[in-house]
Every structure is written in structure tokens, then in C-alpha cells.
Design a protein. Sequence first.
Length: 87
Amino acid sequence: MKSKKYLASLNDKTVEELNLELVDKKKELFNLRFQNATNQLDNTARINEVRKNIARILTVVRARELEGGKGKKVPSRAARKRAAATS
């Protein structure tokens, strides 16, 4: 199915590429929600599809963090955001 192919393509990407795709998907979700609010969205199922794709990306990123750590404490998402905001 499509989701398995999409997940396989995510596994082939680097963490930087995944983060870029995550930003793109979040922008797309924002635009879809905006279109839905203004009654311009034809395919409302696309919102759920994009939400699930965001979750898939986050899952792959987290799995990579856990693989790389091997016993090290991995910072939370909030801590990563704070670190990114200060740099």
C-alpha cells in the first residue's frame, strides 16, 4: 500500500531531510486547515493523511535518536525546540 512505500522512502532519508519534510508537511497541514475553514477544501480526507504522514516522520526520527543513543538520555522535543531557538 502507499503508506508502506512512503515509510520505506522515509527510512532512506537522512535526519536533516526528514526535518525538512516535516516542516513542509506541517505547512501543508496548516494550509489544508485554512482551506477547510474557508470552505475551499474539496478533499477533506487529505487532512488526516497529512497528519498521519507527520506522525510517521516523527516516529522515524525518534527511532533514529534511540538507535544512535544506545543508553544515552535523548532530549525531549521541548528541549530540542529550546536548543534550536537559541542557536
